[in-house]
Design a protein around this ligand. Structure first.
Ligand SMILES: *Cc1c(COP(=O)(O)O)cnc(C)c1O
Length: 378
């Protein structure tokens, strides 16, 4: 099998599994119990919190463990809008967010909040002038993803953060696709809240975190015990948290070389596909792009059929994102960057990973050339 869907999820690294193992076996204590056995688990959780905090250069007390990116996004948006309702009921986001943000905004609208969605250009980037104009007296929050999951577009985080700082608006970013893949500078970007998810950076599924800057008001999303400083109740997922921290350590230790390698392979693959398959073109930005992301449009074909044929050939890619494979609607992201419905139905996303090889990409290229030709004849 050739796996080119690392934006959907990544394999759990063997070092990560090894780090988790003891917490499924002899160290199964509840981190909230007072005796030494339970305190081993507490230490493991707090050590993991330190590791994660260090990757961002923030305080340990600013990291809250969650069940993943979706929960972190829900928490950041709902709890902030609720806690700051005294200040206003308006927030700003973009048209290309993940559904964890988009559908949370839908919910907030039903609860009487107002949400402005910024459009994007062909590259998938927002306009800073438009952002500036969208900020109102009652704007509480800006939530803009750092890196898009479908087309890999990176936003100008420093400039967005500077606007948020100057206008006194809280800035949250869904960094699920960025954390562990590219450098993140929460202080330089003036980010006050950041969502990340373990299974996107070779950690276990069902685990993530929300960075929340000290001093921010928030409501608890999950009520119960006093875990996570009383802000997120529930017995900690100790193995998951330990595994996520191990995965973060590995990702940050090897970030430069991984980025360089994936970027090189990505650009070579884009070049070959676009020069050897008639009509094929890259969707999104050439330069402001996640290292491992390719999104290619093959006009005249149905991407869903191509995905199935590639699957039969043992190659995993996706049309749109993993979360909306069953949707009949064309991707909101591809529409937002200006593709027609027909073009949006003709795009596939390939996302490379740490273990992706040049041979695998050569094999994929050969298969793509063959299958696209067949599909165009249909
Ligand atoms: C995967 C993803 C999420 C959801 O994270 P889960 O941990 O799978 O819930 C949110 N935002 C983006 C950008 C993602 O890619």
């Amino acid at each position: 099998m050739i796996y080119l869907d690392h934006a959907a999820t990544t394999p759990t690294a063997s070092e990560v599994r090894a780090a988790m193992e003891p917490y499924y076996q002899r160290r199964y204590g509840n981190a909230s119990t007072p005796y030494e056995f339970g305190q081993h688990s507490r230490e493991a959780v707090e050590n993991a919190r330190k590791i994660i905090a260090d990757t961002l250069g923030v305080q340990t007390s600013e990291i809250y463990f969650t069940s993943g990116g979706t929960e972190s996004d829900n928490w950041a948006l709902k709890a902030t809008m609720e806690a700051y309702a005294f200040r206003g009921r308006h927030m700003i986001t973009t048209q290309i967010e993940h559904h964890a943000i988009g559908n949370t905004c839908e919910y907030l609208r039903k609860r009487g909040f107002e949400v402005t969605e910024l459009s994007v250009d062909r590259d998938g980037r927002i306009s800073l002038e438009q952002l500036e104009r969208a900020i109102r007296q009652d704007t509480v929050l800006i939530s803009i993803m750092c890196a898009n999951n479908e087309i890999g577009t990176l936003q100008d985080m420093e400039a967005i953060g500077e606007i948020a700082r100057r206008r006194g608006v809280i800035f949250h970013t869904d960094a699920v696709q960025a954390y562990g893949q590219i450098p993140i500078d929460v202080n330089g970007w003036n980010v006050q809240m950041l969502s990340a998810s373990s299974h996107k950076f070779y950690g276990p599924k069902g685990c993530g975190f929300l960075y929340m800057k000290q001093g921010l008001r928030t409501e608890s999303m999950i009520h119960g015990g006093s875990q996570e400083s009383g802000r997120r109740a529930g017995t900690e997922n100790v193995p998951g948290i330990v595994g996520m921290a191990k995965a973060a350590q590995l990702a940050f230790a090897h970030m430069d070389e991984t980025m360089e390698r994936e970027t090189w392979m990505r650009d070579r693959m884009i070049h070959h596909i676009c020069s050897e398959i008639p009509g094929a073109f890259l969707v999104g930005s050439q330069t402001h792009r996640l290292p491992g992301n390719l999104n290619i449009c093959f006009p005249g074909i149905q991407a869903s059929n191509l995905v199935l044929l590639l699957d039969e050939a043992g190659i995993c890619v996706s049309a749109g994102s993993a979360c909306n494979t069953s949707e009949a609607e064309p991707s909101h992201v591809l529409k937002a960057v200006g593709l027609s419905d027909a073009q949006a139905y003709a795009c596939i996303r390939m996302t490379l990973g740490r273990d992706t090889t040049v041979q695998e990409l050569q094999e994929t290229l050969r298969t793509l050339k063959r299958l696209v030709k067949i599909l165009k004849k249909r």
